[in-house]
Design a protein around this ligand. Structure first.
Ligand SMILES: Cc1cc2nc3c(=O)[nH]c(=O)nc-3n(C[C@H](O)[C@H](O)[C@H](O)COP(=O)(O)OP(=O)(O)OC[C@H]3O[C@@H](n4cnc5c(N)ncnc54)[C@H](O)[C@@H]3O)c2cc1C
Length: 381
């Protein structure tokens, strides 16, 4: 048996798992069908939001705290700046469920935050046009990540620690038998004791039984030029998420010095064939982003200068699946991150390595078990 663990897919989750496994002395081989840090799946687009006041569910807060610590560790080990904690604004009418969840999260977990009423918010962050019933909650432990550099940093660090990495190497199939698992890629066979599948949108290709519980969706990001770019520098413009007048929007400051990313959270069409994501973006796909820019911002031009298409795997309840694959005791899967997995990728990489090495994890992940979707997907920790 040549390796303890094989990893299929070195995007957000696979790269972090490779780093965590190699750091614990496990022998690892990782396969990535494209280049490391590529933009053809769920990782491209310069920034990913990092938030700890988590409207998606308070159960994620311990994972986010652990991730913050691990992002710093990866920065120290790689020498690359990955997490920029310039703060995060949650914006909306105070009585809305969204703002109530944010307030609950900061209170329950004692998160460092500030509540800005309409007048304070308007004065401090004049880039945002607010309605009179809207407030801001500033999450001080929020900011943005550099996703491509993060993936590259984790994979390079894993390599330094002894992991073998195969880029531009698509895994065609794997076979599990009593002796272990044989991975087939590029006409070669690789024998491993255990397998981690972190294939993102390709999860259904590697594990067809997961196809019915995952939809791959196209996600559009748009960048708008700033009239005065100083107003949109990270020091003056925190990342934000906002629910206003039926729109769900998010964005990040300028990182390259001229344009500002603003997107809407509703994912686009289902991608029928993940090998052929249509990367051409029609006006109808980014019209709402243009509308929110003209409605909610001072100082941005309303025609985007860059519009790109990516994709992520969505489950019906918007939460991911982590655990051993039924019928394959030596195979662990992590997938279905539903548009919000990047920020917690290092903690999830560590959890995958916990499961692979110790068959348990200190985090309570029952709510993320794949068997919540179907008895045929029963899994154990
Ligand atoms: C546009 C966009 C914006 C987002 N914004 C945020 C955000 O602000 N904050 C946040 O936390 N999250 C965000 N997310 C979500 C986050 O980026 C994803 O949830 C996360 O990247 C999913 O990680 P993954 O490892 O499952 O998939 P991926 O990162 O897509 O990785 C899967 C990898 O597997 C490889 N692969 C697949 N099949 C094979 C095979 N057979 N052989 C070899 N390699 C294979 C793929 O090429 C790919 O590299 C966003 C997602 C998108 C698309």
């Amino acid at each position: 048996m040549a390796w303890d663990v094989g990893i299929i897919g070195l995007g957000a989750m696979g790269s972090m798992a490779a780093w965590q496994l190699a750091q614990r002395g496990t022998s690892v081989i990782g396969f990535e069908q494209f280049g490391i840090g590529h933009d053809r799946s769920a990782v491209g687009g310069e920034t990913r939001l990092f938030r700890t006041a988590y409207k998606e569910g308070a159960e994620y807060v311990p994972l986010l705290k652990e991730s913050k610590h691990l992002w710093k560790q990866l920065e120290d080990q790689s020498g690359n700046k990955l997490l920029h904690l310039n703060g995060g604004l949650n914006i909306g009418p105070i009585e809305d469920e969204f703002m109530q969840n944010v307030l609950k999260s900061v209170k329950d977990f004692n998160l460092d935050h500030e509540i800005l009423d309409y007048m304070d918010a308007k004065r401090r962050y004049p880039q945002h046009i607010l309605g009179p019933d809207e407030i801001m909650v500033l999450d001080k432990d929020a900011g943005f990540l550099r996703p491509e550099l993060a993936v590259v940093s984790a994979v390079k660090r894993a390599e330094q620690l002894g992991a073998e990495i195969r880029s531009h190497a698509k895994v065609e199939s794997f076979e599990a038998n009593d002796d272990g698992i044989v991975i087939k890629s590029d006409g070669h066979e690789y024998k491993v004791k255990q397998l981690l599948i972190t294939a993102g949108p390709w999860i259904g290709e590697m594990l067809p039984q997961f196809k019915p519980v995952v939809n791959v969706k196209k996600i559009i990001l748009s960048w708008f030029p700033a009239k005065n770019v100083e107003d949109y520098q990270p020091s003056r413009f925190p990342i934000f998420t906002r629910r206003s007048s039926g729109h769900r929007l998010f964005g990040a400051p300028t990182v390259e010095g001229s344009m500002v990313k603003v997107g809407v959270s509703t994912p686009g069409d289902v991608v029928e064939d993940v090998n052929y994501l249509n990367r051409t973006v029609e006006l109808s796909e980014f019209k709402e982003s243009m509308e929110v820019v003209s409605k909610f911002f001072n100082g941005l031009y309303t025609d985007p200068v860059r519009v790109n298409a990516y994709m992520d795997a969505y489950t019906d309840d918007g939460h991911s699946m982590i655990g051993r694959v039924p019928g394959y005791p030596n195979v662990v899967v992590m997938g279905g991150f539903s548009g919000h997995g990047f920020k917690m990728a290092p903690a999830l990489g560590k959890i995958a390595s916990d499961i692979l090495i110790h068959d348990s994890t200190p985090f309570d992940l029952k709510s993320l078990s794949p068997d919540r979707f179907s008895p045929s997907l029963k899994t154990e920790f």
